[in-house]
Design a protein around this ligand. Structure first.
Ligand code: FAD
Length: 361
């Protein structure tokens, strides 16, 4: 009975098409040329890097956009082959092929960006605001002696940007007045990639190899060292890109109880998220954390179970299209942002949902 409203919300939201939240764009500069630093994995360009291209497109209608890929071996070659037609606005793909760039360490990547910038003199350098970009861009900006503008969510001119402040509770419009290049990290959830026509899919940007002959070995010896990557093998969608996210908070009480949420995610084809309190308590690994110091998500449907709705958590999910919250405390702040709220015990609501929802085909 209590879950009827939630199932109704699920039906409505999962069939709805995503809406795009662009701010209006009025280009001023006729000479923008942008370098997008792209992240790739398994031979594919990651979705947030395509959002970075979309953001670059908003800088200037005549913007010439180059994409930088680095790494080595088969995976890089495959990524380059995919990059040439990954987005119709990419006019050139720069490929830096060296073992030094296999891991996303800030020191060699920042040096690479500096080298490419010195040769090509881009007006803007853009990267998605994930851990890859947030690691590399500040160091590259320091080498190029400019101040980056971070977490951009809107572009109104080639030097005027909107970014959240106070954990997303206020939006600030800033104008960049520094020297070239203007360096940006952008929130991929604010720059959704537009569907493009079959004709544009036939577009192929030329590939240009970055000459690394002046890239000295000493440049790669930094203060950080790659140790290992630990990630969970999961069939579930990636938290950052999933259409549905099911998040658990401290109200779940244990790692064991989180399994209930994982089952729900499986039925819905959703990604699992968590609050920092749930992560700190060891219920789930910290790469599932949503919020100011975790991942920023904006799925079509965000379901929060046993989440109080602290501002630091809301900063990571308040742009979700539809928010559903289940909390036994009617005064929990999460209800202030929820489109559908249910005051109830999650230990009753989740089993009821699991029982009523059909198996995923
Ligand atoms: P709580 O606040 O403890 O809330 C648990 C909720 O569960 C309560 O509302 C309770 O009513 C409900 N509940 C309990 N049992 C049940 C039940 N059986 N059924 C239904 N409901 C139940 N937090 C983040 O999430 N992400 C961040 O990135 C983040 N960054 C931070 C950065 C800084 C600098 C700081 C200071 C804090 C940050 N935090 C972040 C922490 C944040 O302030 C909160 O402490 C955290 O979000 C609370 O998590 P929670 O809602 O799971 O826990």
């Amino acid at each position: 009975m209590a879950t009827r409203v939630l199932i109704g919300a699920l039906r409505k939201t999962t069939s709805r098409l995503p809406t795009c939240r662009f701010l209006s764009v009025s280009p001023v500069s006729r000479f923008a040329s942008t370098l997008v630093i792209a992240e790739h994995e398994g031979g594919s360009i990651k979705a947030p890097s395509l959002s970075a291209v979309e953001a670059a497109k908003s800088l200037d209608k005549d913007n010439s956009i180059s994409m930088l890929l680095a790494g080595s071996g088969h995976s890089l070659q495959e990524a380059a082959a995919n990059a040439v037609s990954c987005h119709p606005s990419v006019s050139k793909v720069l490929v830096a092929d060296s073992d030094r760039f296999i891991h996303p360490l800030a020191e060699p990547w920042a040096k690479l960006i500096q080298l490419v910038q010195q040769r090509e003199n881009f007006s803007h350098i853009v990267v998605a605001s994930g851990s890859f970009g947030k690691n590399i861009l500040p160091r590259a900006a320091a080498l190029l002696d400019v101040s980056p503008v971070t977490d951009v969510i809107g572009i109104s001119e080639s030097t005027t940007f909107v970014r959240p402040i106070y954990a997303g509770n206020a939006l600030c419009t800033v104008r960049y007045t520094g020297a070239h290049p203007c360096m940006l990290t952008i929130r991929s959830t604010s720059f959704q990639v537009q569907p493009y026509s079959t004709d544009s899919k036939a577009h192929k940007a030329p590939i240009s190899q970055v000459d690394l002959s002046t890239f000295e070995e000493a440049d790669t010896i930094g203060k950080s060292q790659y140790v290992k990557l630990t990630s969970q093998d999961s069939e579930r969608p990636d938290l950052g890109n999933s259409r549905i996210v099911v998040t658990g908070g401290r109200g779940l009480k244990s790692a064991e109880n989180f399994k209930m949420l994982e089952k729900l995610a499986e039925k819905l084809g959703a990604a699992v998220g968590a609050t920092r309190a749930a992560v700190d308590a060891g219920f789930v690994p910290n790469d599932l954390q949503v919020g100011q110091t975790g991942k920023i998500v904006a799925p079509e449907l965000y379901m929060a179970f046993g989440v109080s709705g602290a501002i630091q958590h809301l900063a990571g999910m308040r742009d979700s299209k539809v928010i559903v919250a289940v909390n036994r405390d009617a005064d929990a702040p999460i209800f202030q942002v929820a489109d559908y709220g249910l005051v109830g015990d999650l230990f009753e609501v989740i089993p009821e949902l699991l029982e009523k929802l059909p198996e995923k085909k």
